[in-house]
Design a protein around this ligand. Structure first.
Ligand code: IYR
Length: 243
């Protein structure tokens, strides 16, 4: 397909595999799509649901190391997420350095102490009661990886020019879902942790101010004999309607 309209020239854009004065959209055959028979599709859908149902957020991590290569592959999977105008408005800051993890724990626990002892309204604390959370976050030092996920409200390109990003929260949310799924599929566990506010992550992780911390993903193996809250998911009727 050829798009008639001339676009502003930006050679660095990841979106166009083009020479700068011939800005036409290039389409290629989607040879990676292979249709599978309905029976096989039913099996796949159901096997994937079973797999995803077995994912749990855990709060007690082992300190066993995880090869970096596994994390790298899961991040590549996250980077395949659909997103606004293919701007890929995310950054994943992966921390394994014990000193950096310690700094993050100290700052996160400061915020959490405020939250649990002063900021959180009573009904919020009541809602958190079944999860057994509190202001202590030892997992921030114990787990082998902390991944700071940052949402880029815009980007500054190599010429110092501002590049617009679109549907940033939606895009980063989808990529985060892909990452959690990839980690689970690889056999690891993760916890979505949201100390609030988490502006301190920019400073500790060396990220620019136009990147907003989206969440902190704690990644590793669960502690031996780990327990998780006895909670359920909503039924299909409760979460979906067919119109
Ligand atoms: N950020 C706090 C509180 C917290 C909030 C929600 I919503 C949760 O689902 C879980 C925890 C904490 O991490 O303890």
């Amino acid at each position: 397909m050829v798009v008639g309209k001339k676009l502003p020239c930006k050679v660095t854009s990841v979106n166009y595999n083009l020479c700068p004065d011939m800005r036409e959209a290039i389409f290629i055959p989607h040879t990676d799509y292979k249709e599978i028979p309905i029976e096989e599709m039913k099996h796949q859908a159901s096997a994937f649901y079973e797999k995803m149902k077995a994912r749990r957020s855990v709060r007690d991590f082992s300190d066993r190391p995880v090869p970096r290569e596994i994390i790298e592959k899961c991040l590549l999977a996250a980077g395949t997420a659909p997103n606004g105008a293919n701007k890929q408005p995310w950054h994943f800051a992966v921390v394994s350095d014990p000193e950096v993890k310690k700094k993050i724990r100290i700052e996160a626990e400061k915020e959490e102490q405020e939250f649990y002892n002063r900021r959180a309204p009573e009904d919020w604390l009541d809602d958190l009661h079944p999860l057994g959370t509190d202001e202590n976050k030892p997992f921030l030092e114990k787990a082998p990886y902390l991944i700071g996920i940052f949402a880029q409200s815009y980007n500054i390109d190599e010429n110092g020019e501002k590049e617009k990003h679109y549907y940033v929260k939606e895009s980063v949310g989808i990529a985060t879902g892909f990452l959690i799924t990839a980690l689970h599929h690889a056999g690891l566990v993760a916890l979505t942790h949201t100390p609030s506010p988490m502006g301190f992550l920019n400073e500790i992780m060396g990220r620019p101010s136009y990147e907003k911390p989206f969440l902190l993903l704690v990644v590793g193996y669960p502690e031996d004999g780990v327990k998780v809250p006895d909670i359920d998911k909503k039924s299909l009727d409760e979460i979906a309607s067919f119109i």
